[in-house]
Design a protein around this ligand. Structure first.
Ligand SMILES: Cc1cc2nc3c(=O)[nH]c(=O)nc-3n(C[C@H](O)[C@H](O)[C@H](O)COP(=O)(O)O)c2cc1C
Length: 271
């Protein structure tokens, strides 16, 4: 069977989950193509299974994923599909699965399997990601869950993540955060700052998955295509990148999935 897998990933979690599925499928004799939603190859016409993995951003899916799914052609045959969402807290996955499944069903895909996988939080500008050892433990559990999901999917199992309001949030607080981020993501790039330790090394510009950073007068500048994926802030060797109103990240743990190599991926991710 031919399988097409599409991800968006700031710090490697969603990539790791789908890459784990890829390895499992290949072991079972499938032909698999894995690529970013920012990458060229379209979903293969002959695909017998299509899989997606995205991070959750403020209870929804990243804008770029919503745009990608909405831009898919309508399928004349109900091809089987699955959706996996990575979340810093699986109880805070919000509408992410519901949103993805809704768009895919409208495109004529048969979404038979969806789930949320706990991976370390990478939202370094807003909160402290877990320390290294804890992160490694969360990743290894996440990878096991991805292997089980891949096995279940190939066996034809049907499974759906059930929506819940995150504990500790009022309904008002939940909807407020969801809609504020959804409406505001095109403006949040304005909040990025660098402190005096930025030495204009240019790494952030090189690794940005959406090409949203350029160096001007020896300082990075963000633009409105920024998805808030946090790759720049987590990979910055000086921890110099932060956001206005959220404070320095110097004392926080950096996070990226340890095997994730964005410089190698970058040439494929460019649109
Ligand atoms: C802007 C932003 C918003 C986030 N919002 C949530 C959230 O609402 N709930 C949650 O569980 N995790 C949230 N996270 C954490 C990520 O979903 C999680 O770390 C994810 O696995 C990152 O995947 P990636 O490495 O593939 O980008 C957020 C992260 C970012 C950067």
């Amino acid at each position: 069977m031919k399988i097409c897998l599409k991800y968006f990933s700031g710090t490697g979690n969603s990539y790791k989950i789908l890459d784990t599925c890829k390895k499992f499928f290949i072991n079972k004799g499938c032909e698999v193509e894995l690529s970013s939603v920012t990458d060229e190859p379209d979903i293969h016409e002959e695909a017998g299974l299509i899989g997606f993995c995205f991070p959750v951003y403020a209870f929804g899916i990243p804008r770029i994923c919503r745009q990608y799914l909405s831009g898919l052609p309508k399928f004349s045959e109900p091809v089987k599909a699955f959706v996996l969402i990575t979340a810093g807290d699986p109880q805070e996955a919000g509408f992410s699965v519901r949103e993805s499944n809704g768009i895919l069903k409208a495109k004529g895909l048969d979404v038979a399997y969806s789930d949320v996988i706990h991976m370390p939080s990478n939202w370094i500008v807003a909160m402290n990601p877990p320390p290294k050892q804890e992160a490694r433990l969360i990743i290894s559990r996440g990878v096991k869950k991805a292997e089980q999901a891949a096995r279940d999917i190939l066996n034809g199992a049907s499974h759906h993540h059930v929506f819940n309001y995150p504990p500790g949030y009022s309904k008002f607080g939940f909807y407020k955060d969801y809609y504020l981020f959804k409406a505001g993501v095109g403006h949040l790039w304005r909040n990025f700052r660098t402190d005096e330790t930025c030495d204009a090394c240019g790494l952030c510009e090189k690794i940005c998955p959406t090409g949203s950073i350029r160096t001007v007068n020896e300082r990075p500048e963000w633009k409105k295509t920024c998805e808030q994926c946090m790759r720049c802030a987590n990979f910055c060797p000086k921890k110099a990148i932060f956001q206005k109103g959220e404070g320095s990240v110097k004392e926080r743990n950096k996070y990226y999935e340890p095997t994730f190599k964005p410089l190698k991926l970058k040439k494929h991710e460019d649109r």
